[in-house]
Design a protein around this ligand. Structure first.
Ligand SMILES: [Zn+2]
Length: 282
C-alpha cells in the first residue's frame, strides 16, 4: 500500500519513478500512508475509551487493556499491543497510562488535534533528518523547506501555468547526476545539466537576456540586477524557488505574475533543449 501511495504521488506530479519519495510526497504536503493508518487506529482508540462504560465492548477492552498492563505490556497480540506501539512511536503513551489510572480519555476534538500534531511532528522530524543526511537533497531542501503543498502547485490555476509548474518541478526534483554530460545545444561538458541549461548555456543567452529584460521592465530593476550579478547556482535557485522573491517585497499578485512570466520565458524553452527532462510542454 505504501508503495502504491508513493507511486500515486509521483504520477500525479508527472515525476519519473526514480524520483525520491521524500521529494514527491512533501511537494504535495503528504505524509507517508502509514501516518493515515496510524491516525485511524488512534482515533478508534478514542472511540473505545469514551463509549458508555456499561457497553460490553468497553468492558472487554478495559479488561484486556488492564491485563496487558499487568503483564508489563507483553504476552498479548492484536489491536491493544499494536495501538500501544503506535502511541509510543508518537510519544502519546502517557495518555493511555493516565486512562488506566482514571478511566478518563480526551474528547474527540482534543484527541484528533493531539494525534494530528504528534503524527505531523514525528514525520516532519524524520523527513528533515533524511533531508540533511543525503546529498540528493542538497538543492531541493533549500527550495522546498517543509511538508506542505509546493507553491508551484498552489500558484497553478490554468492549464498553461500547470504545464510550466510541471517543468519547474521536474528540474527541482532531479536527483544528483553522476558523471559528465554533454549539452546538445552548445556542446559543453557539464556535471550538472540542469544548472548549465538554465544558468550558463551560451546558446540560450538570448532567451535569458530577454527574460531578464522583461523582469527589469515589468517588475523590479533590483531583482533584475540581482539575477544578472548572482552566481549560476543562485540564479537557478531563484528561478526555481519563488519564495526567494519575498526579499523584494513584491506584492502577492505581482509575484505570482512574475512566476508565470518566468515559466513562460525560461523553463519552457529550456525543457525543450534539455534532453534529461521529458518534454511536457510539447
Ligand atoms: Zn549548453
Amino acid at each position: 500500500m505504501e508503495r502504491l501511495f508513493r507511486l500515486a504521488a509521483k504520477c500525479i506530479q508527472h515525476f519519473p519513478r526514480r524520483t525520491r519519495t521524500d521529494m514527491a510526497l512533501s511537494m504535495l504536503g503528504w505524509l507517508p500512508a502509514i501516518a493515515e493508518i496510524d491516525k485511524r487506529k488512534l482515533n478508534f482508540l478514542q472511540k473505545l475509551c469514551t463509549m458508555p462504560s456499561n457497553l460490553l465492548t468497553r468492558k472487554k477492552f478495559n479488561f484486556r487493556l488492564h491485563l496487558y498492563a499487568n503483564r508489563q505490556f507483553s504476552g498479548q497480540s492484536g489491536y491493544i499491543p499494536d495501538v500501544c506501539r503506535i502511541l509510543r512511536k508518537y510519544n502519546l503513551f502517557h495518555i493511555v497510562e493516565s486512562y488506566l489510572q482514571t478511566a478518563i480519555f480526551l474528547d474527540k476534538l482534543q484527541w484528533k488535534r493531539t494525534v494530528f500534531n504528534a503524527i505531523r511532528k514525528y514525520h516532519t522530524q524524520h523527513w528533515s533528518e533524511r533531508m540533511n543526511s543525503d546529498d540528493d537533497f542538497v538543492r531541493f531542501k533549500t527550495l522546498h523547506t517543509d511538508i506542505s503543498p509546493s507553491i508551484l502547485w498552489r500558484n497553478s490555476d490554468s492549464l498553461n501555468s500547470i504545464k510550466h509548474a510541471l517543468c519547474t518541478a521536474k528540474v527541482l526534483v532531479e536527483a544528483k547526476q553522476s558523471g559528465v554530460k554533454t549539452c546538445k545545444k552548445c556542446g559543453s561538458q557539464t556535471s550538472d545539466l540542469n544548472l548549465h541549461v538554465i544558468s550558463k548555456c551560451i546558446s540560450l543567452k538570448k532567451t535569458r537576456t530577454t527574460f531578464l529584460n522583461s523582469v527589469e521592465k515589468q517588475y523590479s530593476c533590483e531583482l533584475s540586477n540581482f539575477l544578472k550579478g548572482c552566481n549560476s547556482e543562485t540564479f537557478l535557485r531563484t528561478i526555481l524557488n519563488p519564495r526567494a522573491l519575498d526579499i523584494y517585497d513584491i506584492v502577492e499578485f505581482l509575484q505570482k505574475d512574475f512566476i508565470q512570466s518566468a515559466y513562460t520565458h525560461m523553463p519552457k524553452k529550456i525543457v525543450i533543449s534539455g534532453d534529461n527532462i521529458s518534454n511536457v510542454t510539447k
